[in-house]
Design a protein around this ligand. Structure first.
Ligand code: SAH
Length: 229
């Protein structure tokens, strides 16, 4: 296996064999927890998650845990990324809207699976950082936007898939309309007790949606508006 090296500002990122070994162990762990989609496991085996963590935290990248990425936000737990991606039924060439770019790791996974990814982040600092990293890694099929995810990205709709990676109270009509007929939306939605339930919503036709529930999770909340410096 080769060791990928990229330069990002004054930081040199290396995908050492040691990290590749830790990553293989993590993928086995996720598989044991129930992830079956081999395409998801292959994508996560290929992506150096430690590149997406702040400097100094690289060694924690291959624990199945969420981590702080600054600005009070987190990179999702690897199992959660795998779970949402599996529910999304990703196929090459499809168009995906991601709401909540965060570190950019989830977008990298979707991109690695061959999808065209449109990802929106409300915090400028995180948007800039993720965009720079994804560019440096050569993910040309990821398009990063600074914006309020509650609006979606109407000009690029309809999307075959929509993934929301922050907890939301309900899916706005505006977002539902941006999902293609036959498309799938995956999101953690707060119930009345404040528990986040993973939803898989399939758009049957113009007005009908089929809803499935897939257990409880823990995400940072979806917040309105854009946050600049
Ligand atoms: N997918 C990310 C996980 C990010 S955590 C990853 O792979 O690292 C959720 C992210 O959603 C945070 O960065 C937060 O700032 C962002 N977010 C919250 N509300 C938002 C909104 N209204 N529009 C866009 N992004 C939002």
């Amino acid at each position: 296996m080769e060791e990928k090296i990229i330069k990002l500002g004054n930081r040199v990122l290396k995908d050492k064999l040691e990290y590749q070994g830790m990553r293989n162990k993590l993928i086995k762990e996720i598989k044991n927890k129930g992830i079956k989609d081999q395409n998801v496991l292959n994508a996560m085996s290929a992506i150096p998650r430690h590149f997406f963590l702040p400097a100094g935290l690289e060694h924690f990248a291959y624990l199945d845990k969420p981590f702080d990425i600054g600005e009070g936000q987190t990179i999702s737990q690897p199992y959660t990324v795998a779970f949402q991606t599996e529910l999304l039924e990703v196929k090459p060439k499809i168009k995906i809207l991601e709401i909540g770019t965060g570190s950019g790791y989830q977008a990298a996974v979707l991109s690695n699976m061959g999808a065209e990814v449109f990802t929106v982040e409300r915090i400028e600092k995180l948007y800039l950082k993720a965009k720079e990293l994804l560019n440096a890694l050569g993910y040309n099929n990821v398009h990063c936007f600074l914006g309020d995810g509650y609006e979606g990205l109407e000009q690029y709709s309809p999307f075959d898939r929509i993934i929301i990676t922050a907890a939301i109270d309900e899916i706005p009509e505006k977002i539902k309309r941006q999902l293609a007929i036959g498309g799938i939306l995956v999101a953690p939605i707060n119930n009345q007790s404040g528990i986040q339930i993973m939803h898989k919503i399939i758009r049957i036709d113009e007005t009908n949606f089929n809803v499935e529930y897939h257990g409880s999770f823990s995400f940072v909340p979806m917040l309105p508006g854009i946050k600049k410096e």
